[in-house]
Design a protein around this ligand. Structure first.
Ligand SMILES: NC(=O)c1ccc[n+]([C@@H]2O[C@H](COP(=O)([O-])OP(=O)(O)OC[C@H]3O[C@@H](n4cnc5c(N)ncnc54)[C@H](O)[C@@H]3O)[C@@H](O)[C@H]2O)c1
Length: 448
């Protein structure tokens, strides 16, 4: 094959992932709206009550070979992912509510659905959390661990992991907790040694999410961050992840408005249409909305939401089109809507000879319905990464950027935000680890 739509006929022999044998334990930090919607959803799917819509691992297919080969297996039949029936959930929260009570409080799923799942959901009771109100101002936790310092708290989380591990074969942890205040990396985040000292001296730079992450990675447990917090996005955590073969990814589930942005912006750029302004506002009435009403937590979210356009548009390469974009993001806490967020975008674009046009997007979405399948896919793929020799020790799993608003990358490497580049990257990573040819979409061979 000289010119082919497939490429990279793999020269080096790839060691494929080991099979997903036994039970996969998922430890969820924060059993709120997203987490309970994921857990209830997995149980509903297991019982055949509903379909796992929105989940690439459950419903997605992957093309192999040429278009004329007609070979597109399900992702889950191609790569050895854990079966939903082999998943066991546990988690932590600062409130004592079991998963049924918390899901009922979140009001994402209908009462009848929850009623059917009640006996199962009631069995999942949160472990006491590591929490400090300094990092999430709007919450008052009652179900929290006490310890003499942050090191002691990390040890307690390690004990929780060790106890859970006795009941399952593999463990993955995911942060579905509230958004913490904006923190920038400091000296304490630069190495494992500095971080461990900081745990002992109660360094204020170490947030609760990092105590969980440290405990997970020390125990060799992969960690996904669904919120925009710093958490595993610092050298100490990356070092720990590589050292212990515990893959990481983050940050912030890409669900509503940013999902749309990373679809629309690449389209404008592909057609060389300019953008002068992008105004995004949201109304949201769940607990997440309440937490984000605090300026310090909002700052963390704002940073995460603002980043994508800058990277997609590359104003340094296209100054005439994107140098002067006015980009604004607002989130307004509005209780009547609950989890049903409304996100408006006004986009001022311009075309041929600079003539202006406008696009309005009004996305009436359901936040946790969009986030739940993402959370599920992330844990299943992190578990796969840990069983894959070429991925296990590389730390950040950039191929999972597809799911994230503010994707973590190696230092000095800009993140890919374009959803379609991310999707291709994810699928090519799966092809690569399974020893299949990559797909480049060149396709000249069909016209030979
Ligand atoms: N739903 C979405 O579309 C979406 C998208 C991107 C990111 N997120 C992020 O995901 C996270 C969860 O969202 P949600 O809607 O489920 O929020 P939520 O408020 O319903 O749930 C968060 C839960 O975390 C708990 N919590 C807070 N701090 C904790 C700690 N230190 N330890 C243990 N538990 C703790 C809270 O008590 C709460 O039950 C938020 O940070 C949110 O910003 C959500």
């Amino acid at each position: 094959m000289s010119a082919t739509e497939q490429s990279g006929s793999q020269t080096a022999k790839i060691e494929k992932p080991s099979p997903a044998k036994g039970k996969l334990g998922i430890m969820v930090v924060g059993l709120g709206a997203v987490a309970t919607t994921m857990i209830a959803g997995v149980e509903a799917v297991r019982r055949g009550l509903a379909k796992p819509i929105g989940s690439l691992t459950q419903m997605g297919t992957i093309r192999l070979g040429k278009r004329t080969d007609n070979k597109s297996p399900l992702v889950k039949d191609f790569a050895p992912l854990a079966d939903l029936n082999d998943i066991i959930f546990t988690g932590w929260d600062i409130f004592e509510d079991n998963v049924y009570e918390s899901a009922a409080h979140a009001k994402v799923l209908e009462k009848e659905t929850l009623q059917q799942l009640k006996p199962y959901l009631e069995t999942i009771k949160p472990l006491p959390a590591v929490f400090d109100q300094y990092y999430v101002k709007r919450l008052h936790g009652t179900h929290v661990k006490k310890g003499k310092n942050k090191k002691d708290l990390a040890e307690q989380v390690r004990t929780d992991i060790q106890n859970f591990r006795k009941t399952v074969d593999r463990v993955v942890m995911i942060w579905c907790g509230s958004t913490e205040i904006f923190l920038e990396p400091t000296a304490v985040h630069q190495s494992i040694a500095a971080f461990e000292k900081g745990l002992e001296s109660d360094d204020p730079g170490i947030a609760p999410s990092q105590i969980y992450a440290y405990a997970a990675l020390t125990e060799g447990v992969p960690f996904a961050n669904g919120a925009p917090n710093l958490t595993v996005d610092c050298p100490a955590m990356i070092e720990l992840s590589k050292k212990n073969g515990a893959p990481i990814c983050g940050k912030d589930f890409k669900t509503g408005q940013t999902f749309m942005k990373t679809v629309l912006a690449p389209a404008f750029k592909a057609r060389l249409l300019g953008v002068s302004g992008w105004y995004s506002t949201n109304i949201l009435g769940n607990r997440d909305g309440e937490v984000l009403d605090d300026p310090e937590s909002f700052k963390t979210k704002e940073e995460s939401k603002l980043g994508s356009l800058e990277y997609i548009f590359q104003p340094e390469l296209y100054p005439d089109l994107y140098k002067n974009i006015f980009h604004k993001v607002r989130i307004n806490y509005y209780p009547p809507r609950g989890d049903n967020k409304e996100g408006w975008d006004n986009i001022d674009i311009f075309g041929w000879l600079g003539y202006p046009m406008q696009i309005k997007v009004d996305f009436l979405c359901r936040d946790s319905i969009l986030a739940a399948p993402i959370a599920l896919d992330l844990v299943l793929f992190l578990d796969l990464a840990q069983r894959t020799p070429s991925l296990k020790n590389i730390g950040i799993q950039e191929w999972l950027s597809f799911y994230l608003k503010s994707p973590q990358t190696r230092e000095g490497l800009y993140p890919e935000h374009d959803l379609f580049i991310q999707s291709m990257k994810l699928k090519n990573t799966l092809r690569h680890i399974m020893g299949a040819d990559l797909i480049t979409h060149l396709g000249l061979e069909y016209y030979d």
